[in-house]
Design a protein around this ligand. Structure first.
Ligand SMILES: NC(=O)c1ccc[n+]([C@@H]2O[C@H](COP(=O)([O-])OP(=O)(O)OC[C@H]3O[C@@H](n4cnc5c(N)ncnc54)[C@H](O)[C@@H]3O)[C@@H](O)[C@H]2O)c1
Length: 366
């Protein structure tokens, strides 16, 4: 009997360095699946990008989202091009997927990988180990607002921050579940409820309600401005962090920088109900300044691939991939953003070689 577990993955490299890092990620995932056995990954690549948009007026063709729905997961690069406004590209592709598939939990693990360095003096690998849980469907990114009196001196624009009890509660519950699974069982809820006295106060109230169901999790509350200082000055005091769409978007870039580089940071856009496929992507964007140079750091995409495997139920393979990635970093085979000289291809080859070295029984036989 064929007992292979099979997963169908939609791959969307999209723009800039996106296709470079996604093809590196696919190569590494194929090597890992071959070496470990037990599961298979089938990739279907979609060429949806700003180029497609410029040619057809659409990022996603008619019926495209239904196509995506048949996959077990989506492996995404980055969207954004210098000649398309960023709000058009973001809403046309990435947010169109996140919102349609109710990927309301955005999970961003951050730690200092072995062999890499934090810009924080005396902050070693165990001193910074966080999971940021970002609300991914509401807040300032809900798409509410408008512009009137365009071009007039009295032009007005609103970006309405939307917070619902339902949206906050489901995200908060998910954040508590993550905190509970981690050894420290510590959750920090970030808001700005001193100044934003409606939506953010609702956040605080819902957090207090949900906390009653998780008596084993220690809860801690921070205002977002003070949180930036705490992340820099006392990183080891934090573990799991829950924040709004906008606040967590900003805090997670700071987190990535504190962990060494935006080039290593992964993110998962999850539908925790599992009714729709979830989407996995590095947190960085298209990086126009390094596109086509072959120097993009693929580690964020490898870590993203590990997060995807874990979500699919292949936790052992995910852990193995991270061991191989960290071994390569420890060996000093890193790209320029981490202070090295290796290219994307060299880091990718090194990770594949490490996977084969550790697992491929046929290695060395000829
Ligand atoms: N999820 C997404 O698709 C996403 C996220 C952020 C930005 N964007 C888009 O990307 C475009 C560029 O945005 P930006 O410049 O603000 O952010 P960016 O993440 O693309 O780049 C910021 C800086 O980090 C560097 N960098 C990023 N990823 C790297 C990697 N893997 N290896 C080495 N260096 C890396 C870049 O070279 C650049 O100097 C914009 O169009 C923006 O809208 C898309």
């Amino acid at each position: 009997m064929d007992s292979q577990r099979r997963y169908s993955i939609a791959a969307i490299g999209a723009d800039g360095i996106g296709p470079e890092v996604i093809s590196a990620g696919i190569a590494v995932l194929r090597t890992l699946a071959d070496a470990l056995g037990g599961f298979e990954l089938e990739f279907e690549e979609y060429d949806w990008s700003s180029e497609t948009y410029k040619k057809t007026g659409q990022y996603i063709p008619d019926g495209g989202l239904d196509e995506l729905r048949k996959h077990d997961a989506i492996f995404f690069g980055a969207v954004g091009a210098p000649d398309v406004p960023d709000h058009v590209s973001l809403w046309g592709l990435r947010l169109a997927i996140c919102q349609t598939f109710q990927q309301y939990a955005n999970v961003r693990p951050t730690r200092i990988l072995l062999g890499t360095q934090s810009p924080l003096r005396s902050c070693g690998p165990r001193d910074l180990d966080w999971v940021i849980v970002r609300e991914n469907s509401e807040g300032e990114y809900a798409g509410q607002g408008g512009r009137s009196h365009r071009g007039q001196a009295w032009e007005v624009a609103t970006e309405v921050a939307v917070f619902t009890r339902h949206g906050i509660a489901r995200l908060m519950r998910f954040g508590f579940e993550i905190a509970r699974q981690r050894p420290r069982k510590l959750l920090t809820v970030v808001t700005k409820s001193n100044a934003q006295r409606n939506g953010m106060v609702l956040w605080d109230e819902v957090a207090a309600d949900v906390a009653k169901d998780f008596p084993d999790v220690k809860v801690d509350k921070m205002l977002v401005d003070a949180m930036t200082a705490r992340m820099v000055l006392d990183p080891s005091s934090l573990d799991t962090i829950v924040a709004t769409n906008l606040h967590a978007d900003i805090l997670s870039d700071l987190a990535a920088a504190l962990a060494g580089s935006i080039g290593i940071a992964p993110t998962s856009n999850l539908d925790p109900t599992r009714r729709n496929p979830s989407m996995f992507e590095p947190i960085h964007g298209s990086a126009f300044d390094i596109t086509g140079k072959g120097i993009a750091n693929p580690v964020a995409t490898f870590w993203t691939a590990a997060e995807m495997l874990a979500w699919l139920g292949e936790e052992a393979a995910a852990a193995e991939l991270m061991i191989c990635v960290e071994s390569v970093c420890e060996a000093g085979i890193v790209t320029a953003d981490l202070g090295g000289t290796a290219t994307t291809a060299e880091v990718t080859e090194a990770v594949m070689a490490e996977i084969r070295r550790r697992h491929d029984k046929s290695e060395g036989k000829s």
